[in-house]
Design a protein around this ligand. Structure first.
Ligand code: SRM
Ligand code: SF4
Length: 563
């Protein structure tokens, strides 16, 4: 008789296996005008369809008001002007009239009522984009450098990003039935009745899985924070293949040392023709070895960490059917966006516009949403490219349209120069957090701009005026704005209280470390002032803040904690 305890799978595993079509009772609840929200199980299925059930936390005291967040899937973050117009319409008509550019190059809609949910998802599909697999235990939006594809190699990397996204998309017919046809999935159909996804099987992945492409020397996608990352190797202007990095991820929980952020390990080099074999092999290892008994321990990074790099490489090679070559030389030197107008090698122009915390909206004197809408209407051939730094790039602009676009944007208070915001704002990112995120412990998007203004004053006072420091904030430790690779990060712990991380590098290749376990929002300046003063006085010539913290501050006995 076996003495081993039976394995207890999580509830998510049970419901995925029971409904591999991922439809649950979504269609019935959508059709019921008296239901203002979905069941707990449907809440889980809805994620696979790109929809999150939330409530406005500002209004909680007065009773729960259900709202939906919809996240689109936009491989590489590239949208046409027509798609932008459709998104703009949908957010005005059914959402809170903002578009939220995300850290994975997608757009989120907030504040949608259940009654309008189908119209939003259908509208996105009518524009030839999708929300399928924007969330859920599947491969999420595949990211790629947002700079326009003006060389053959860049075009090829973007094409590869789309190829991988297509190859890893789930195949359930429920998405089309529910959102496009507006009917429940026909379970009398034998194919639906016995449905098993050809790649994901019946229970999908144990957890989300993230894929990214980077082109050195710019690591604007934060490639090492992904489950699998492909670093383009371009020789003599030809894309010859990719260095593969696996096992990255940011999510952790306060006070739970078994959860931690991790940077991906370099595994080897593959030629381009092997891409799909590898891009399927890596998530397949996650599918087969990830922990389905504990969602906090279910990410692929723990498989890599616990089984080791050599085991992981051997497993990839076994599944892909070939041996990875040694890693080819590459160097990342930065991860930020370059603002303003630039001319591409194909002589077209592109303009990177700063979007504070990724939120496209109209405010007094700064009508970004209206301005971008008008640009999309008047210049229908341009592309809207979303950056993983939460900015937008207008690309494919003809020389003769450049001045008109600048003029239109200027009329609406939008800057188009190389310096559109102060240095701290320019390089910063914040996750949405309150009031929409159900996991938020503290403010982030609504807090960071004001904090940056305050820190700018400190910088001025200690002789650091005009210097850029990469600062990111999140409302909880899940890491949605990738705080752990920033030079300075604020990670929400409780209302008005933040853990402070220091020491990430400018290339996104080094993790920061915890410096202070908890600091009150109102004490942040007084805590950081001596550090910034020392940095100003002690740094080597042009040494970045993160490098100085890593070299000096965090190695001192009283430095704080490390994870
Ligand atoms: Fe995230 C959950 C927002 C990128 C790690 N993330 C959430 C949810 C859906 C909250 C929830 O589960 O109820 C947040 C919705 C808030 C809202 O009201 O909009 C949310 N995540 C975001 C976005 C919008 C942040 C942003 O500032 O743009 C990003 C959407 C990306 C996209 O378009 O697909 C976003 N999330 C990330 C990233 C960064 C990345 O992928 O490059 C991470 C860290 C990388 C990683 O995955 O390890 C990230 N999000 C998480 C986690 C922690 C996962 C873990 O390993 O434990 C959660 C919580 C969870 O899954 O249980 C989470
Ligand atoms: Fe919500 Fe936390 Fe992600 Fe911020 S980091 S959006 S608070 S889950």
């Amino acid at each position: 008789m076996s003495t081993e305890a039976p394995i207890k799978l999580t509830h998510n595993e049970e419901i995925k296996a029971a409904f591999p079509t991922l439809d649950g009772t979504i269609a019935a609840t959508l059709a019921d005008p008296n239901a203002d929200h979905f069941s707990q199980d449907d809440y889980e299925f809805l994620k696979f369809h790109g929809c999150y059930q939330q409530d406005d936390r500002d209004l909680r005291k007065a009773g729960k008001k259900y709202i939906m967040m919809v996240r689109s899937r936009i491989p590489g973050g590239v949208m046409t002007a027509n798609q932008w117009k459709m998104f703009d319409d949908l957010s005005a008509k059914h959402g809170n009239n903002t578009l939220r550019i995300t850290t994975r190059q997608t757009i989120q809609f907030h504040g949608i009522l259940k009654a309008n949910l189908r119209a939003v998802v259908r509208g996105i599909n009518e524009s030839l984009l999708s929300t399928l697999a924007a969330c859920g235990d599947v491969t999420r939006n595949v990211t790629a450098p947002p700079t326009p594809a003006y060389t053959l190699a860049r075009e090829q990397v973007y094409a590869d990003c789309k190829r991988v996204a297509m190859a890893l998309a789930p195949k359930t017919g429920a998405y089309h039935a529910i959102w496009i046809d507006g009917v429940p999935l026909n379970l009398d159909d034998a194919e639906n009745k016995n449905f098993t996804d050809p790649f994901y099987g019946r229970a999908y992945l144990p957890r989300k899985f993230k894929t990214s492409f980077a082109i050195p020397p710019v690591n604007d996608v934060d490639v090492f924070t992904n489950d699998q990352g492909y670093i383009a190797i371009i020789e003599n202007e030809q894309l010859v293949g990719y260095n593969l990095a696996v096992g990255g991820g940011m999510g952790r929980s306060h006070g739970n040392a078994a959860t931690y952020p991790r940077l991906a390990d370099l595994m080897g080099f593959l030629t381009r023709d092997r891409l799909l074999d590898v891009a399927k092999a890596v998530p397949a290892i996650h599918r087969d070895f990830g922990d389905r008994t504990d969602r906090k321990h279910a990410r692929f990074k723990y498989v890599v960490q616990e089984r080791g790099v050599d085991w992981t490489r051997a497993e990839i090679e076994k599944r892909a059917g070939f041996k990875l070559e040694p890693v080819r030389p590459f160097k990342f030197t930065g991860s930020g966006d370059l603002y303003g107008w630039r001319q591409a090698l194909d002589s077209k122009w592109f303009l990177t516009i700063f979007v504070e915390t990724g939120r496209v909206k109209d405010v007094e004197g700064h009508h970004l949403k209206t301005a971008l809408r008008q640009v999309a209407e008047k210049f229908s051939d341009i592309e809207f490219r979303l950056s993983p730094n939460q900015n937008v790039i207008l690309a494919n602009v003809l020389e003769e349209d450049r001045d008109a676009i600048t003029e239109l944007l200027t009329e609406h208070g939008i800057k188009t120069g190389l310096r559109q915001a102060s240095p701290l704002h320019s390089a910063a990112m914040a996750c949405p957090s309150l009031p929409t995120c159900g996991l938020a412990l503290a403010e982030s998007e609504r807090m960071l701009p004001g904090l940056l203004d305050r820190l700018e004053k400190v910088c001025e006072a200690v002789g650091l005026a005009g210097e850029e420091i990469v600062i990111r904030s999140t409302g909880c430790p899940n890491g949605c704005s990738r705080p752990y690779t920033a030079e300075l990060a604020f990670v929400g712990k409780a209302p008005g209280r933040y853990q402070i991380w220091l020491g990430g590098d400018l290339a996104g290749a080094r993790m920061g470390r915890v410096w202070k376990e908890v600091v009150k929002d109102t004490d942040i300046e007084s805590e950081l002032r001596p550090v910034l003063l020392r940095y100003a006085n002690e740094r080597y010539n042009r040494e970045s803040f993160g490098d100085w913290c890593d070299r000096v501050l965090l190695n001192e006995p009283a430095a704080g904690f490390s994870i």
